[in-house]
Every structure is written in structure tokens, then in C-alpha cells.
Design a binder for this molecule. Structure first.
Ligand SMILES: [Zn+2]
Length: 408
């Protein structure tokens, strides 16, 4: 389904990057379904002519994207866990939250962020659409409501749990199609002087560090600040504070509150002004990025094919959603990678969507005498490399695909 601009409803949007047709990146295929046809959807990035918001113009039905066996479980790395803990700590401190304050996390996954709040004494509630993931959260002691945020859940939650002092959303705002509805639900649920805090990958990092693999169907919007200002204003909100954080290659934590509740900190104006000054929304900048994406693909395929021609054995390490964009867009096939490894048990034994590469365990790098490991979760590269000492001692090397394909 094609859509208007998610923020300003303009029909006029200009495409600058086409990543082809791809299957949903989290649909790891079970062996018995390998012969079934899977559906490919367009993956195109456009910029709104009016407000400059960067987004996908094709929306895949969330019921298809977030089905019951959705395999994404956050916090599988130490870096991820410590990130969420410091997120919770900084919010509790900044807003002086106490035991009477409710924190609601949307897209709460297995409850890692809320666990950080709970341990610091606040009340917590998770909202997540995936029943299997919510069940894990409940078993971790995090009460979780199974629902899509932005579909009328706010009134229900307000009845049962009261208002929230803080609503968080880590890597979820950019995943929701109807952002108007999201802000209406936030307004319903937020207490007086409440704060809505979203953590989103920043468009600037996407451009600066060539993170084009973070473009996939779940990820509908690519956030910059300038287009958000008039959007939030229309909803009675404003950006009151910003933190730059180092997760997922570089994200922004945006604090949003009702106009006038808090005096915006100086960094808000500084960062908005710098976006304009540096011309990040200019057509020329967008096209330049698209050119570099094509070059990255050509360079990576050449590197892999040269290694194969030398008789080297290659596998992938880690299988995040973004790795699937990279494999499918670059045309990396099961002839190139013998398998990819993954720690997440839900993915092991399945096959990567589109490229049909088997998902195995890290130990298989050794037993299959792999020479080169293509590191797909490059944002956790230090931790992953450190955790594979035996592979390194055997002379194994890593191919890092982003920002430019290189070997370490
Ligand atoms: Zn727009």
C-alpha cells in the first residue's frame, strides 16, 4: 500500500533510493517451508517535498511483519543490556521518578528497558504486539499488554493502569505507520508534565556512516529533527531535550513534552539548526548517499567473489534484520555464504529470508573451517569479535561491510 507523507500528509514525495523488492527481514524461514513462495515487497526510500521527512512509501501490513513467530528478542548482547539500563537510569534521575510514577514502554519486547525502571522502583507496564515475546516479558516479571500501540489501546490502559509519567519507545516510533494516532494515544495516556521519550536511529548517522542496511520494511521512517518540529507542534507537543546515544550505530533519544511544560534545553535548537546548515535534507545530499550505497554493494560483492575465487570459505556472523537487507540488496547468496550464525535460539535452524542461507551456531565456524566471517551486526562488532577467540586463533578474519567493506 502506498501512502502520503507520514507527518504532513503531502502527496508529493521524491524517491532517492531503491533497494529493490525484498521479503520482510524478520521472516526467517522454517526448513519445511523452504519450497513455499515468499512475498517480496518494494523497499524504496522517498523524501517529502513539503516537510523533508525521509520515509518508505510502501507499507507492509503489520500483521504480516509482526506475526506470532516474530523472532526478535532484544538484549541478546551485553552492550544492548547495559544500554537499556543506562537509559532507564538517566530518565529516573532527570525526571526524579518515584514509586508512584508509572513508566509505559511501547514495543517493550522482553522487557529489558522496563526492568531497569522496575529495579529503580517505578511502576511499569509493557505494550507489545507479539504474544510469544510478551509471554517471555511476563515470565521476567514485567507486566505486558499484547497490543499494537496507536490502535486504541491508550484508553484501555488509562482505565486499568492510570496515566503514565513517562512513555518510552526504543526503536518503535520509526516502525509505526500512523504517527498522528501515536501522538493522540500518547496525549491520552500521559500524565500532567509527562514525557514521551523515543529512541530512534538518526538520519544523520544513516548518511554519515552508510548504514543503509538499517532500511527495511519494519522501519518506515528515517528520523531527522527539522520535519518533526511542525508535526509535534500541530499535536500540542515540542521537543524539550535530546541525548545522542551510541546504540545501533548512533541514535537520538528525543524527549517530547506538551508545549510549555519544560524549557527546551539549548541542544535542541543547536541540532535543528545544524541540520539546515549542513543541508542534510537537500536533494543533492540524498542522491549522493544513494550513489555511495550502490558503490558499497559493488565493493562488497567484489570482495566476496575474490575471496571465493581464492578458495576461501565464508560464513556470516549474526543475523539481525538489517543483515537481511544487506544480503538481499547486495545479492549475497548461499553460494557465497555457507551459513550465518546467530545466538538467538528462535532463528537457529531456520533460513534467511530471500537468500535462504541456513542459520547455525557460532561453534560451526570452527567445525566447518570457515576462513572469513561477514559480520552483519557491525554495530556490535567489538563484542562479537571478542567473543570468538577460537575462530581468531585459527586465523579466521572478519569482513566488516559498513561503512566500507573491509577485512580485519
Ligand atoms: Zn511531509
Amino acid at each position: 500500500m502506498k501512502v502520503n507523507c507520514r507527518l504532513c500528509d503531502s502527496k508529493k514525495m521524491t524517491q532517492f533510493l531503491d533497494l529493490g523488492h525484498q521479503p520482510p527481514s524478520d521472516q526467517f524461514v522454517r526448513a519445511e517451508r523452504l519450497d513455499n513462495n515468499i512475498t517480496y515487497y518494494p523497499l524504496r526510500v522517498v523524501s517529502c517535498d513539503q516537510c523533508k521527512f525521509v520515509q518508505l512509501d510502501h507499507v507492509v501490513d503489520p500483521e504480516i511483519l509482526y506475526q506470532d513467530d516474530y523472532p526478535y528478542v532484544s538484549s541478546t548482547t551485553n552492550a544492548g543490556r547495559s544500554h537499556f539500563d543506562s537509559f532507564a537510569g538517566s530518565v529516573v534521575e532527570k525526571y526524579k521518578l518515584s514509586k508512584d510514577d508509572m513508566v509505559i514502554d511501547i514495543g517493550s519486547n522482553v522487557g529489558v528497558l522496563l526492568d531497569g525502571f522496575k529495579r529503580r522502583g517505578t511502576k511499569v507496564l509493557g505494550i507489545d504486539p507479539a504474544p510469544n515475546i510478551a509471554a517471555i516479558a511476563e515470565s521476567n516479571g514485567i507486566p505486558t499488554k499484547v497490543a499494537f500501540f496507536g490502535h486504541g489501546v491508550a484508553d484501555m490502559v488509562k482505565e486499568t493502569h492510570g496515566h503514565a509519567k513517562v512513555i518510552t519507545g526504543s526503536n518503535v516510533f520509526a516502525h509505526i505507520n500512523d504517527l498522528n494516532k501515536v501522538m493522540e494515544e500518547v496525549d491520552t495516556l500521559l500524565d500532567e508534565k509527562g514525557v514521551f521519550i523515543i529512541e530512534v536511529p538518526y538520519l544523520r548517522h544513516l548518511f554519515d556512516f552508510m548504514e543503509y542496511d538499517t532500511i527495511y520494511h519494519e522501519h518506515l521512517s528515517y528520523i531527522s529533527l527539522m520535519p518533526l518540529v511542525p508535526f509535534f507542534k500541530k499535536k500540542g507537543f515540542e521537543i524539550s531535550h535530546l541525548d545522542e546515544v551510541k546504540i545501533h550505530g548512533g541514535s537520538l533519544r528525543i524527549h517530547i513534552s506538551r508545549i510549555g511544560d519544560y524549557t527546551p534545553t539549548p541542544i535542541v535548537e543547536e541540532m535543528i539548526t545544524s541540520e539546515e546548515r549542513d543541508g542534510i535534507h537537500e536533494q543533492e545530499n540524498l542522491e549522493n548517499f544513494a550513489r555511495k550505497v550502490k558503490k558499497n554493494r559493488d565493493d562488497l560483492i567484489k570482495l566476496i567473489h575474490n575471496l571465493k575465487a581464492d578458495g576461501k570459505r565464508i560464513a556470516g556472523v549474526s543475523a539481525p534484520a538489517k543483515g537481511m537487507t544487506l544480503l538481499n540488496y547486495c545479492g549475497v547468496s548461499k553460494d557465497d555464504l555457507e551459513f550465518v550464525t546467530e545466538k538467538c535460539e528462535l532463528k537457529i535452524g531456520r533460513f534467511t529470508p530471500g537468500s535462504n542461507i541456513p542459520v547455525m551456531r557460532d561453534e560451526d565456524l570452527i567445525s566447518h573451517e570457515i576462513d572469513y566471517a561477514l559480520l552483519l551486526a557491525w554495530n556490535f562488532k567489538d563484542e562479537i569479535i571478542k567473543n570468538l577467540p577460537e575462530f581468531r586463533e585459527r586465523g579466521g578474519k572478519f569482513i566488516i561491510p559498513i561503512p566500507e567493506p573491509h577485512i580485519v
